[in-house]
Design a protein around this ligand. Structure first.
Ligand code: ADP
Ligand code: ZN
Ligand code: ZN
Length: 717
């Protein structure tokens, strides 16, 4: 007997290949089975989507190729996973194969069944599984009242939870306890914990390992992020897929991991822009987490309903032999979603306003410490040209170098020849480096245009600030008599592998007195000794053309403030300084009060009147081409061709415009904004537009087009 499985393989988004390809097989293959199939001259990995016993119309044996191999050591990917992948592909306008195969570890392709069996065997000897005792003590401390209340509410919450907790309010402890409870609910339960950037949060990983390895065995906690080697990724993925791993800690890619026992998803710092992918399928891992929670919960509820409907008395469905209480109680199996932040995204905040999410607030810091006092420095009243205001420097006696190199005679600047951006001056190795394409050259001795020897840095960067600070604080002594130590932490200083860890360690150990850096130092670190945080130059966020800039600035400043006074004994003296030319700006009034709700209220009112997200819905069509003219011509032709498509009346198409950084690595970039009042209408229009976008590519107008992509719910306009 022959079967005709339809199989998903990795095809590029716009290759024009249908969602699935039909092959032939002697065996019936369960949906979700991983297989090897011929594609062109290659053999590729595929996922069985369906396996009918009759061929689709018009297909004969001669026209189809046989499945060449089955990865039979692996259980099939379950229905919920396939539903998630299908939704992600549809919603973000990509091919099913691209999304499905990108979610699998690349090494899976290259392993023989023998090698695979060996990997799997190695894993089964690692972990100890079984139920985990539920506990409610915080690492030897008692839970705070707020933590206890949040956990109580979590126990019965049916909607996704927005955990709105101040920095230092003990959100991590709530995640840990919620995890423990989820693991205790079922012998096979799994938990997914997502963080924006795992390298920046080694402490979180340490706390999860410390807490759960003793309870669940050494292999119970695994990481999943793009910084891992292919072998590590395969190992983590297999552990998650086979249920060996009980907890997966990961970045946005982890949202698509196979987790058959998933009972809880935590999205820490849910407002962070890095949850939105900026390439390939441009998905939001936070939004997919919410969708995934719903799909998993519905599937669990359907299982329970089946058990109740069956001829036997209902068993538990929770694996512990206890009877299931009537109604929607604590034991109703579900997959809970917890979104945590001190400065939630306005989308999530709005969802909580509407009652779609349950908002739980933890306003107080652990230990009752106050949040730092905000001090605005009005730069209008400071000495001309001062990078650091004297009062700020005085308070401390308690970001590359000036980025751009310029000629004061002829006006030459260190532009990158391949991008519409300036190269940054790096003092240490005396190079000019482009932060967009990486192009690096030694600093010229004289102005390349006029020969003037007097070329000098303009602007201000972390290196320059570091240097100035060191000079200004030269006379300040530490208690041991040694001079105060200034260190710098930014993308450049942490480029080498391991250097971030080293720098974090010197910071934690107290060797460093003043840390200068970019936004990366504001994120998540639990530095215990910081009492003063200063933002030197934040005004660009106030008036940027991007309507989300104030939201990001507010979040960043709150985060930064949250680094100060984490030790309650020092919090009374902790301060947050902000240098600004616009001290009257309303954003600062809310910031002063640490009042995110007030800030969100004014921002949401502005968004409502402008029809912006979350009240309106957006997508971008982006084009990369050899010339700016070609990029825009493609976009405008695509817009022309949209006239009359389904739901065309419900969307607004704006004219094509160049991106802010218009040229990167000699590719010109442009985009076209699509807006709609309803998400559904936008989705239906985009689906109808997709084939048109492909056809437009072969029009004469599109000559010179390199690629196009649709970005649904874009973060940067
Ligand atoms: P957040 O993630 O909300 O910024 P953390 O979870 O990092 O806050 O907690 C801040 C600090 O307080 C950590 O050092 C943590 O160990 C400690 N902590 C958390 N809960 C408690 C508690 N109930 N009692 C004492 N200390 C706690
Ligand atoms: Zn010159
Ligand atoms: Zn460049």
């Amino acid at each position: 007997m022959a079967f005709w499985p339809s199989i998903v393989v990795a095809t590029p988004a716009h290759s024009g290949v249908g969602a699935t390809l039909t092959y032939r097989s002697e065996l019936s293959l369960a949906p979700g089975t991983l297989v090897r199939v011929p594609l062109g001259a290659r053999e590729v990995l595929g996922v069985v989507w369906d396996c009918p016993a009759t061929p689709p119309d018009g297909l004969t044996e001669a026209k189809t190729k046989p499945v060449t191999g089955v990865l039979d050591g692996l259980p099939p990917l379950n229905d919920r996973w396939r539903q998630l992948v299908k939704f992600a592909a549809q919603y973000y306008q990509r091919s099913l194969g691209e999304v499905a195969l990108a979610a699998l570890p690349p090494q899976l392709r290259d392993l023989s069944n023998v090698q695979l069996a060996r990997r799997l065997k190695r894993r089964t000897t690692a972990g100890v599984d079984g139920p985990v005792p539920a506990g409610d003590v915080a690492e030897g401390h008692d839970l705070s009242d707020e933590q206890r209340q949040a956990l109580q509410a979590l126990a019965t919450a049916q909607a996704p939870v927005l955990l709105f907790g101040a920095t230092g309010s003990g959100k991590t402890e709530v995640y840990l306890q919620a995890t423990q409870r989820a693991l205790a609910s079922h012998a096979d339960a799994q938990v997914l914990v997502m963080v924006p950037e795992i390298n920046l949060t080694p402490q979180l990983e340490a706390r999860f390992r410390e807490r759960f390895e003793p309870l669940c065995g050494a292999g119970a906690v695994v990481c999943l992020h793009s910084g891992m080697t292919p072998a590590q990724r395969l190992s983590s993925w297999l552990a998650a897929h086979t249920g060996q791993a009980r907890i997966v800690l990961g970045t946005r890619m982890a949202v698509l991991a196979s987790l058959p026992g998933l009972r809880l998803i935590v999205v820490d710092e849910e407002h962070d822009p890095s949850y939105k992918s900026q390439e390939g399928a441009r998905y939001s891992a936070r939004d997919l987490a919410v969708y995934r929670g719903k799909v998993e919960t519905e599937a669990l509820a359907a299982e329970v309903a089946l058990l109740h409907a069956g001829p036997h008395p209902p068993s538990t469905g929770s694996g512990q032999g206890k009877p299931l209480p009537e109604g929607e109680g604590v034991n109703t199996p579900r997959c809970q979603v917890v979104l945590g932040s001190a400065t939630p995204s306005l989308e999530s905040w709005h969802a909580a306003d509407q009652g779609r999410y349950l908002r739980l607030a933890m306003p107080a810091r652990i230990g009752g410490g106050a949040l730092p006092r905000l001090r605005l420095v009005d730069m209008n009243h400071q000495p001309k040209g001062a990078v650091l205001a004297p009062p700020l420097i005085a308070a401390m006696a308690e970001r590359g170098y000036a980025p751009v190199l310029a000629c004061h005679d002829c006006g030459w600047k260190s532009a990158c020849p391949h991008c519409s951006a300036y190269r940054v001056f790096h003092k240490l190795d005396r190079t000019l480096r482009c932060h967009h394409c990486g192009f690096t050259e030694r600093v010229p001795r004289a102005c390349p245009d006029c020969g003037n020897l007097d070329i000098a840095p303009v602007g201000r960067g972390t290196e320059q600030v570091e240097e100035q600070l060191a000079a200004l604080l030269a006379d300040v002594k530490r208690p041991d008599g040694a001079p105060a130590r200034v260190a710098r932490m930014d993308a450049d200083s942490t480029r080498l592998k391991g250097s971030l860890e080293v720098q974090l360690a010197t910071m934690h150990s107290g060797e460093v007195d003043v840390l200068v850096g970019t936004q990366m130092i504001a994120k998540g670190h639990d530095f215990r000794r910081i009492t003063l945080v200063a933002s030197i130059n934040a005004d660009s966020g106030l008036f940027a053309s991007d309507y989300r800039a104030p939201e990001r600035l507010f979040a960043l400043l709150m985060q930064a403030a949250g680094r100060a006074g984490r030790d309650a004994s020092q919090s009374a003296a902790s301060e947050m300084w902000v240098q600004t030319w616009y001290p009257q700006h309303p954003l600062f009034a809310s910031l002063k009060q640490h009042d995110f709700p007030a800030f969100a209220l004014t921002q949401l009112a502005e968004r409502l009147s402008a029809g912006m997200p979350p009240y309106g819905h957006q997508a971008l069509l982006r084009a990369d081409a050899r010339t700016q003219h070609a990029a825009q011509a493609y976009l405008n032709a695509a817009a022309q061709a949209a006239v009359g498509l389904p739901h065309f009346e419900d969307v607004t198409l704006y004219p094509a415009v160049p991106l802010t950084i218009q040229r990167v690595a000699n590719v010109e970039r442009a985009q076209l904004l699509v807006e709609a009042a309803s998400r559904g209408a936008l989705q239906r229009f985009l689906s109808a537009w997709q084939p048109v976008l492909l056809q437009t590519r072969s029009l004469p107008e599109a000559r010179g087009l390199v690629r196009f992509a649709v970005d649904v719910d874009p973060l940067v306009i």
